[in-house]
Design a protein around this ligand. Structure first.
Ligand SMILES: NC(=O)c1ccc[n+]([C@@H]2O[C@H](COP(=O)([O-])OP(=O)(O)OC[C@H]3O[C@@H](n4cnc5c(N)ncnc54)[C@H](O)[C@@H]3O)[C@@H](O)[C@H]2O)c1
Ligand SMILES: O=C(O)C[C@H](O)C(=O)O
Ligand SMILES: [Mg+2]
Length: 559
């Protein structure tokens, strides 16, 4: 017969969770969590559960044991082959199964019913730390796989933070990954008795806004010069939260602004190949959610500033398509979000164009009428760019520019190999997830650019952090995007990739960070006394590299 022993334990918080002798993971009781300062460090449900270990889990486990080893392995040897394991697309699989994979606490869990202790939990987790970067998600729109509840902490908040360190050079001990667990509407998770998050429907409306606001105000109070990165929020919340806080703190929505920036760089490189201007293109954006609208606005703003086109004229170059087809006036307010209003097409343009029974105009009909030069996919609609669609693009212009950006790989709108074959190598291509090179008709490889926001957000973020920017402004983002575009391999060889390879991402993001910091200082968004000309040196000095230091014992030293 076994008898439960009572131990007197002098450890609290991280010390307790990181002690293999005493750690109980999700099995800590509510009373123990309170007594040992663990409430904000563990998800809400108490039983943990293990399942098979994947490569991703192995690296995750290495990360929790030895950060220097983890980042050295990733950066020094195999950045482009291991990145897909710790990030897109493998993360999608790890996230959807995370309750079954959960082993150790990571980051900060803020759960809706625990909001009375939010400040305590926040302070427990950040005590003695100098936090520059906070990455948070409420997990409602994870990549293209939708609502994943609590699981965002692992594959999204932590993976995005890891990319900041790996590619951007941000010291991992200065970043904090957060999940805002406000429930989930994912029935599969709600019905899974092993789901370890808060197993209730998503909180909406005023209660949700208050919860998010409480968190944002803690960030502002304790880390006023940090960058607050929002990832994979649902489209309406994402836009609203960004609007609400962007003038009072350095906040950044990666899906809107990061995706807009990397796609702008990629489009600049593509029009460099076709020797045209951004203002001479006609754009179809398929999927008008966070990414679609972010891309449309970023491209529009660049056209206004670089080609001196009035905003109202620039708006007319864009055709947005969503679930109800082309976004046009007659879809009515119920089917058009308020924030899409700049891009709503007038009905009288479409007289004579074929509609379906519900009065909707399809992607194919839009292409036939508009003869676009650029087609961008961020719809989560796998295979939407069929052979007929891609060939219709190629009929309308010599070098169609086609970016199927939906992640993970299985949701891509068209396999780039097919788009290349169907256009006899004429299409200029980029995807959101990594794909192997396609073969050109002359037998050469065509490297598919990976147009993923991870190629730019680490540099954008680092630039804002180093310059202690009070806000992340559009002009800072455009400065970073221009710098990235200027490093495109296709500018030297038009048959080369539109964007640099991820193997070069650290050097590329260094340049992006310098450009952002320079712009921040020049425009007065920065809060530093140094001059624009010093930005390069400042970024260099603050780059974190995974190298062991020498340890000297000091009882009051770092813990
Ligand atoms: N490459 C990148 O860096 C990058 C960045 C952000 C998002 N993405 C990808 O883009 C996709 C969308 O992400 P998001 O954050 O904008 O999500 P979101 O949910 O905000 O937007 C998706 C939009 O597509 C629309 N849609 C769904 N099915 C459609 C269909 N059949 N036809 C037309 N429209 C349809 C939805 O109504 C919604 O408006 C995801 O797959 C995501 O992984 C890629
Ligand atoms: O996470 C990624 O790979 C990119 C992007 O933020 C997405 O939501 O798909
Ligand atoms: Mg995202």
């Amino acid at each position: 017969m076994s008898r439960q022993k009572v131990f007197r334990v002098a450890l609290r918080g991280d010390e307790l969770l990181n002690n293999p002798r005493f750690n109980k993971g999700t099995a800590f009781t509510v009373a123990e969590r309170k007594a040992f300062g663990l409430t904000g460090r563990l998800p809400s449900k108490l039983e943990g559960h293990d399942s098979a270990i994947r490569k991703n889990s192995f690296l995750q486990s290495m990360k929790s044991q030895n950060l220097v080893l983890y980042y050295t392995l990733l950066s020094r040897f195999v950045i482009d082959s291991l990145k897909p394991i710790i990030y897109t697309p493998t993360e999608a699989e790890a996230i959807s199964n995370y309750s079954h994979l959960f082993r150790r606490s990571e980051g900060l869990y803020l759960t809706f019913p625990d909001q009375d202790t939010m400040e305590e939990d926040f302070l427990e987790q950040t005590k003695g730390k100098d936090i520059d970067l906070i990455v948070c998600s409420d997990s409602e729109a994870i990549l293209g796989i939708g609502d994943q509840g609590w699981s965002a902490i692992r594959g999204i908040s932590s993976a995005k933070s890891a990319i900041y360190s790996l590619i951007g050079g941000i010291d991992p001990s200065h970043s904090l990954s957060v999940v805002l667990d406000v429930g989930t509407n994912n029935e599969e998770l709600l019905n899974d008795h092993l789901y370890v998050g808060w197993p209730y429907k998503r909180v909406r409306g005023e209660e949700y806004d208050k919860f998010v606001d409480k968190f944002v105000q803690l960030v502002r109070k304790y880390f006023p010069q940090s960058l607050l990165h929002f990832e994979d929020f649902g489209v309406t919340n994402a836009q609203r939260i960004l609007r609400r806080y962007r003038d009072s703190h350095a906040v950044f929505n990666d899906d809107i602004q990061g995706t807009g920036a990397v796609t702008l760089s990629c489009a600049m490189a593509a029009v460099g190949v076709t020797k045209t201007k951004l203002s001479e293109q006609r754009y179809i954006i398929y999927g008008a959610g966070s990414a679609g609208l972010g891309i449309a606005r970023q491209l529009r703003d660049a056209i206004v500033s670089a080609d001196s086109v009035p905003e109202a004229e620039a708006n007319k170059l864009f055709y947005l398509i969503d679930k109800h087809g082309l976004i046009k006036e007659s879809l009515g307010q119920a089917n058009i979000r308020e924030d899409l209003k700049d891009f709503v097409r007038p009905d009288d343009e479409w007289v004579g164009v074929k509609e379906n029974g519900a009065g909707e105009i399809s992607l194919l009909e839009t292409i036939k009428k508009v003869k676009p030069t650029i087609l961008i996919g961020c719809s989560t609609h796998a295979g939407a760019f069929t052979e007929e669609i891609v060939k219709a693009m190629a009929l309308g212009c010599e070098r169609p520019i086609i970016f199927p950006l939906s992640n993970p790989s299985k949701l891509v709108e068209v396999d780039p190999k097919d788009a290349n074959d169907w256009t006899q190598g004429k299409a200029l291509l980029a995807t959101g997830s990594p794909f192997p090179p396609a073969k050109m008709p002359n037998g050469k490889d065509y490297v598919i650019a990976e147009c993923n926001n991870a190629l730019i957000y680490p540099g954008l973020g680092f630039g804002a952090i180093i310059s202690k920017s009070k806000r992340m402004t559009d002009t800072m983002i455009i400065a970073g995007a221009r710098r990235l575009a200027s490093l495109s391999p296709a500018l030297k060889d038009p048959d080369d990739a539109l964007l640099p390879d991820f193997a070069d991402a650290p050097q590329i993001n260094f340049e992006v960070a310098v450009a952002v910091a320079e712009q921040a200082v020049e425009e007065g968004s920065a809060d530093v006394s140094w001059k624009k000309e010093e930005a390069r040196e400042r970024v260099k000095q603050h780059l974190w590299l995974p190298i062991y230091g020498e340890y000297v014992y000091d009882k009051d030293g770092m813990m």
